[in-house]
Design a protein around this ligand. Structure first.
Ligand code: GLY
Length: 411
């Protein structure tokens, strides 16, 4: 079905070089490195600031069910597989790193504020039910009984007890520590150019001119994956940035610890745009997110903050009393079908782990498992094959003679 789902058996690295070079130290690059190191491979990660990336901004919803969209049934399967791995993944990562990652089985409530929202939620509920997913319709009163801070006008909602959350910043820092403990080495530099030798990806040249070589290279640089120099045009992943602005507020402490402000993730579609409030155990409340096609711009704008606060206030009026502690914007790496690109590219030696769009944090466990299997055995597991880069004509299939590759001497 997908001819490039199986790569040639991994070649051995040049003497003195790692087996695997991962370009990008966000959660996707780090989980790939950690899991590959766990398979006995020598791994280097190249990134100017590992542990950064889109996960610094993300709210960390593990919302396979409440973020379901029409036409994304295949992605749903991968999302559910990854959500199902979170308990074990959390235990392994917390053990390996000695750090908690804020995994909370809190569930999610998706609510409607007006008749249009309610119609939208009814459609979503029907789609969830047809897809065999667990989701319960509640009246407005039942919603407010669960979350008393909700606006009196809430018209109804969906209770999804299986959609949880994790703290993406803790996830990233735990992955960083786990990688270090597993022997992954880090090169703190910006990847300037992929190097190619003998028709095969050979590594990367950093912005300071340092060259890093490896047997296999993984491009996991989020939105930047779509613009790395040196990658042949027909191999470059079709990934573009979609900006998201996010707010962080602080909820009041409850006398017994934690906070009673909100107990679970609350979502809504307000004026056609998705809005979510994610309460963490440590009292942080994340409110997101805008969705803007503005290229590489990461400016936090007055308009973005205003819209988020306006919509969040309609949903939970008490929010305007809370301290606003952070505003931040990030870039979601987005592919043409909103699903990730996982697996070998048409350039031998170069694999892709990018394009996770709204689901990077959710898909972290399954991506790590799939990429490590590919790197260790040359074969992408069945569950990830539908996400092979081969599904995009420009990034898959046999490499034509015309492929424009700038060849390098081995270093
Ligand atoms: N998954 C939430 C977002 O991308 O805004």
């Amino acid at each position: 079905m997908h001819p490039s789902a199986t790569a040639p058996t991994p070649s051995s690295a040049p003497p003195g070089h790692p087996d695997v070079l991962v370009i990008g130290g966000g959660v996707i690059g780090l989980v790939t490195a950690w899991r590959a190191a766990g398979r006995g491979l020598a791994v280097t990660v190249a990134d100017p600031a590992p542990g950064g990336g889109a996960a610094r901004v993300a709210a960390g919803m593990l919302a396979a069910v409440t973020e379901l969209h029409y036409g994304e049934q295949t992605l749903l399967g991968l999302n559910l597989a990854s959500a199902g791995r979170y308990p074990r993944f959390t235990a392994e990562l917390e053990e390996a790193s000695g750090q908690r990652i804020g995994y909370r089985r809190c569930g999610t409530l998706a609510v409607a504020l007006d008749a249009d929202d309610r119609a939208h939620l009814r459609e979503l509920h029907a789609l969830q039910t047809r897809s065999g997913l667990d989701s319960q319709w509640l009246s407005g009163r039942e919603c407010r009984r669960l979350e008393p801070m909700l606006a009196p006008g809430v018209r109804g909602g969906l209770r999804v007890d299986g959609d949880h959350q994790v703290d993406p910043r803790r996830l990233a820092s735990a992955l960083l520590i786990a990688c270090e403990r597993a022997g992954v080495t880090f090169r703190h530099g910006r990847a300037a150019r992929l190097t190619v030798s003998g028709g095969r990806a050979s590594g990367v040249e950093l912005a300071d001119g340092t060259r890093l070589s490896a047997g296999q290279t993984v491009l996991a640089a989020g939105s930047d994956s779509g613009r790395l120099a040196g990658v042949p045009e027909d191999v470059l992943p079709p990934v573009r940035p979609v900006k998201g602005q996010v707010l962080r507020l602080r909820m009041p402490d409850a006398p017994a610890g934690g906070s009673t402000f909100l107990s679970r993730t609350v979502r809504a579609v307000v004026r056609g745009g998705p809005l979510y409030l994610v309460p963490r155990e440590n009292g942080e409340l994340v409110v997101g997110a805008t969705s803007e096609e503005l290229g590489w711009d990461t400016t936090v704008t007055a308009g973005g903050v205003y819209e988020l606060l306006r919509d969040a206030h309609e949903l939970v009026p008490g929010i305007t009393e809370l301290p606003l502690v952070e505003t931040i914007a990030g870039l979601r790496p987005t592919s043409p079908d909103n699903a990730p690109l996982l697996g070998p590219s048409r350039l031998p030696g170069l694999h892709l782990a990018t394009g996770h769009f709204r689901n990077g944090v959710l898909l972290t466990p399954v991506t790590g498992d799939a990429m490590a299997e590919l790197l260790a055995t040359g074969s992408l597991p069945e569950e990830a094959r539908a996400f092979s880069p081969a599904r995009f004509a420009a990034a898959g299939g046999p490499r034509p003679e015309s492929a424009r590759v700038r060849e390098e001497q081995p270093v």
